[in-house]
Ligand binder design. Structure first.
Ligand code: ADP
Length: 210
C-alpha cells in the first residue's frame, strides 16, 4: 500500500536520486550527512511505494512515476477477496416479516436469497421489502421469493475480481451490494459481500496506508 504523504527526508532523498541516480544508499547518506542505517527505512518506504527502484551494485534510481500513477497502480492491486465482508443469506421461503427482522438484526441493507441446495436464487433490498409491505399483502405469509430480484439477472463478483470492477458494477447497475460467489457446476454459492461501504473503506485505507 502506498502512503502518498512523504516526510521531509524522503522528499530530499527523492530529489537526490532524481538528480544523481543511479546512486548507492551510501552516497545518498553522505549527501545528507546521515548513516546508511538511518536512511534504510526511508529507502524501503520509497521503494515499496514505487517512487524508487533498486538494482544490485547500481543503486537507486527514480522510476519517474507520478503519485497519481502510483495511486492508480495500487488501486488496481485491490482484490475483492481482501475486502469482502460476511454475506447475510436467507432462504427463499422466509416471509417478508422475517426478512425485515433479519435485515434489522443483521444490520445490512441487502439479503442474498438461496434455495435448499444453497444456490443463489435472488437478492432482496430494503426497497424490495418496503414495496412488498405496501402492496396490501400479508407480510407474515408473503415469501421473499415472490418479490426479490432473481437469477439470472443478479450481478455478482468473484473473489479474484479487482475491487475496481466491483465498484464499477455497483455504479453501472445502480445497486448497493454484490454477492461474492463461487461457481459450482452451473450455480453460484455465496461466500461474501461487497457493498458501497466496502468501497468507502478501501478508499480510506488507500489514503491512510493501512
Ligand atoms: P434499494 O432498493 O434499497 O435502494 P439497491 O439499490 O441495492 O437497494 O437495489 C435496487 C434494486 O436492485 C432492488 O430491486 C434489488 O433487488 C436489486 N438488486 C440489488 N442488488 C442486486 C444485484 N447484485 N444484482 C441484481 N439486482 C440487485
Amino acid at each position: 500500500m502506498i502512503n502518498i504523504e512523504l516526510n521531509k527526508r524522503q522528499d530530499r532523498i527523492l530529489q537526490i536520486v532524481k538528480q544523481d541516480g543511479p546512486i548507492t544508499g551510501e552516497k545518498i547518506a553522505e549527501q545528507l550527512n546521515l548513516t546508511r542505517a538511518t536512511l534504510r527505512p526511508d529507502l524501503a518506504i520509497l521503494t515499496m511505494a514505487g517512487y524508487l527502484d533498486a538494482r544490485p551494485r547500481v543503486g537507486y534510481f527514480y522510476t519517474g512515476k507520478s503519485s497519481t500513477q502510483l495511486l492508480s497502480q495500487s488501486i488496481k492491486k485491490f482484490v475483492v477477496r481482501d475486502f469482502q465482508s460476511l454475506p447475510v443469506v436467507v432462504h427463499e421461503d422466509i416471509t417478508t416479516y422475517d426478512a425485515i427482522c433479519t435485515m434489522f438484526l443483521e444490520d445490512v441493507g441487502t439479503l442474498f436469497v438461496t434455495n435448499h441446495d444453497n444456490h443463489l436464487v435472488g437478492v432482496c433490498s430494503r426497497k424490495d421489502l418496503l414495496r412488498a409491505s405496501m402492496g396490501g399483502q400479508n407480510i407474515h405469509e408473503l415469501p421473499v421469493h415472490v418479490f426479490m430480484s432473481r437469477m439470472p439477472n443478479i450481478s455478482v463478483c468473484y473473489p479474484d475480481d479487482l475491487l475496481l470492477y466491483a465498484a464499477k458494477l455497483l455504479i453501472e447497475k445502480e445497486i448497493d451490494s454484490l454477492p461474492v460467489v463461487n461457481k459450482v457446476d452451473q450455480h453460484f454459492e455465496v461466500t461474501g459481500r461487497i457493498t458501497k461501504t466496502t468501497i468507502t473503506k478501501a478508499f480510506v485505507s488507500l489514503i491512510e496506508g493501512e
